[in-house]
Write a protein that binds this ligand. Structure first.
Ligand SMILES: *Cc1c(COP(=O)(O)O)cnc(C)c1O
Length: 493
């Protein structure tokens, strides 16, 4: 019956209009008939008897991206008629207040959240008709993720403590390279680590990560690993960034772009010693080094590679120079390429780096060279030293009968009546994500990301609304992965 709604609206407007006229008339009568005292006491009563008391203010949603621009519905106590005529303003943290507009359908106010520099929780102060509404409501700013997904709360001080532990045990004659590829907020994570320990280099997968670090105030040298489009070189120069030189064609393009700038770009010659990813094959390393050395616009800052298959047994394999192992084979290819380059009088002071967390964890000191690029070790969230908290709720609970289809194609059916719980908007990750309900891990029956069906048969007490703790793949130490689309905020994990 859409007509009912359509007809009601003018009526409601009409009533409010009449109400306003009545009020104005009353004000005129008071102003005309009463003295100054009458007005004062009237005004006092109005503020004392304000229906807008603490705790009754609501925000939905109560979190959103740092970019702002999204509508947040603000609920205030009081009758619709009182509220509809109010002038309401919401102040998100220290940002200037934004005007909120009464929404007829919701009976609440619609406020457009302003942008905020950091993904943190702020207090929202509300003013209604020029008066402060007592009690502030929290609103959580997150990185740019999907607002519908449960928010990961990252504990930067825990990450700093981890950095200190790694740093305390780190070989003193090796430069500390920290790899940040665990997602957002890259700038805040890098700044926190740089504030806690000495970092010689940051390594990031992409240009925007490097820019975030600089914008967060990180002054440490930064290398963009992998592949960089030479067209981005002007931005690299602006932010004083280094990158990988990965082919002869790349060097040629880089030269063309650098020529008119008169600037010099520091590059790391990347060699693919047997991983199948970025870099030139060992045979092409010397010609590439020569091309870099010939260019007045490029400085050979480093020579790098990445290992595919480090194992705990590599300590002995390296000692025995056992070329049948992949690590020793990769090392020998790297050493040979470096010897050729240096034999040609190039790159004597270039930093050599090939090792990551696994090299450090296994004390493979013959792979330390000048610097290690350590990533995972910083971001493994152990139960005794968690780095994040991440929770969702069970949105629905039901018991599926025996023989019930699970998923399209019905390739799986329940073998017996099975209690299940549904959670929603969970990002798809490479590794398994674990769901813990009432202290127990609930197996995943179906994962469509938007809806995940959990098997609750071993957790008979589980109920709708229960908190679900989500963990990144426990098999690789709950390695933090807050890459998009996960929304992240900063707080105590
Ligand atoms: C990921 C990565 C690292 C860091 O590896 P971890 O195992 O996370 O320490 C170092 N170098 C490159 C090229 C990488 O891709």
């Amino acid at each position: 019956m859409p007509w009912t709604t359509a007809n009601q609206r003018p009526t409601r407007h009409h009533l409010r209009h009449s109400f306003l006229i009545l009020c104005c008339t009353l004000v005129l009568i008071v102003a005309g008939c009463g003295g100054g005292e009458a007005r004062t006491s009237d005004g006092d009563r109005a503020s004392n008897e304000s229906p807008l008391t603490a705790g009754a203010v609501t925000l939905s949603p109560s979190h959103g991206s740092i970019h702002g621009g999204n509508i947040v519905m603000l609920g205030l106590p009081g009758s619709r008629n009182d509220l509809a005529g109010m002038e309401v303003e919401a102040q998100f943290g220290a940002a200037p207040g934004v005007p909120c507009e009464f929404d007829e359908a919701a009976g609440q106010f619609a406020c457009r959240a302003p942008a905020h520099p950091d993904p943190v929780t702020v207090d929202v102060a509300v003013r209604a008709d020029g008066r402060d509404v007592t009690g502030a409501v929290p609103y959580t700013y997150t990185t740019v993720g999907y607002g519908d997904m449960p928010v990961v709360t990252l504990d930067l001080s825990a990450i700093q403590r981890r950095a200190t532990v790694i740093s305390d045990d780190y070989p003193s004659d090796v430069k500390m390279g920290v790899v940040l590829k665990n997602g957002e907020p890259v700038g805040a994570m890098g700044k926190a680590i740089a504030d806690a320990v000495h970092v010689d280099y940051f390594f990031v997968p992409k240009l925007s990560d490097a820019v975030s670090l600089r914008e967060a105030g990180v002054t440490t040298p930064i290398v963009i690993m992998y592949l960089t489009d030479p067209a981005d070189i002007p931005l690299l120069l602006r932010y004083d960034l280094e990158t990988a030189a990965t082919s002869a064609a790349w060097v040629e393009r880089a030269n063309q772009i650098l020529e008119p700038t008169g600037s010099q770009l520091r590059v790391h010659l990347w060699i693919d010693t047997g991983f199948g990813r970025e870099g030139v094959l060992p045979d092409e390393a010397l010609p590439l080094a020569k091309a870099i050395d010939d260019s007045p616009h490029l400085k050979l800052q480093g020579i790098a590679s990445h290992l595919c298959c480090v194992e705990s047994t590599d300590l002995e394999a390296l000692a025995a120079n056992d070329l049948t192992t992949l690590t020793v084979l990769q090392k020998s290819r790297f050493d040979e390429a470096v010897a050729q380059i240096r034999g040609a009088g190039i790159g004597q002071d270039a930093l050599l780096h090939i090792g990551a967390s696994d090299v450090l964890a296994n004390d493979l000191d013959s792979l330390y060279y000048d610097m290690l690029r350590v990533g995972g070790m910083y971001f493994v969230s152990r139960p005794d030293t968690p780095l994040y908290s991440w929770t969702a709720r069970i949105d629905q609970v039901k018991t599926l009968p025996a023989g019930w289809c699970i998923d399209y194609g019905c390739e799986t059916t329940t073998t017996e009546a099975t209690k299940v719980g549904l959670v929603s908007h969970i990002p798809l990750r490479d590794g398994v994500i674990a769901f813990i309900v009432r202290g127990q891990q609930a197996p995943v029956l179906l994962n469509h990301s938007t809806v995940v069906t959990l098997d609750l048969s071993a957790i008979p007490d589980a109920a709708e609304g229960d908190e679900v703790t989500i963990q990144f793949n426990p098999e690789n130490g709950q390695l933090l992965d807050t890459t998009l689309p996960v929304p992240v905020t900063l707080g105590a994990g």
